[in-house]
Design a protein. Sequence first.
Length: 234
Amino acid sequence: MGELKLDKSKDKIESMFDEIAPSYDKLNHLFTLNVDIRWRKEIVKYIKNNKISSSNILDIATGTGDLTAELLELKPVKICAVDISRNMLDIQRKKIPDKNLELIQSDVKSMPFESSLFDIVTIGFGVRNFEHLEDSIKEIRRVMRPGGRLIVLEMFRSGGMKTGMFNLYFGKLMPYLGNKISGSKYAYSYLFKSVNSFLTVSEFISVCTKCGFEYEITKNNFLGIVNTVYLIAS
């Protein structure tokens, strides 16, 4: 694991994402040149191609709902979206007026769902913000039916990250522009630090297998840093 220690307390993460919610979508697409849209679409394509049951779906760390919107293409009977930030959920509520979508403000460590409920759980760029990672993964496993899929799209720590390009773009340019445009003094500096202090893909998979999942496959989206990890609830 990385050496940086960040404040990932519930109050800190909630207030940070509440603060940047109005500019969140614009900056996400700007910094990835809209490639993040393709990464989310590929998740839905994988689910369809592998005929994975998708009657009940949960999108965790849903933010303003970009991944939730893609998942609605699967026509689930019920889809729930959970986030710690009320401001993010308020934006999603206006953006995605769907009668099958239930928005819930909750900490992932203690979600208000019955056990073995969901066929699919997704997390798009949120798992590295979990304060208590193992407890959160165990809680995710609790609400999933056996054989269900956990799909995690995330930026992981990588040996290739120690490059001049990464440090210049993610460590200097993006925090400068992100903080300036969003009006935050901290959020986009936190982004770089949160990736640099997070787990590698293999370390993350080890945590998940320890918490009741079987590894299925990893899709390397960008330089070994942005990956989509597919796991099966055992």
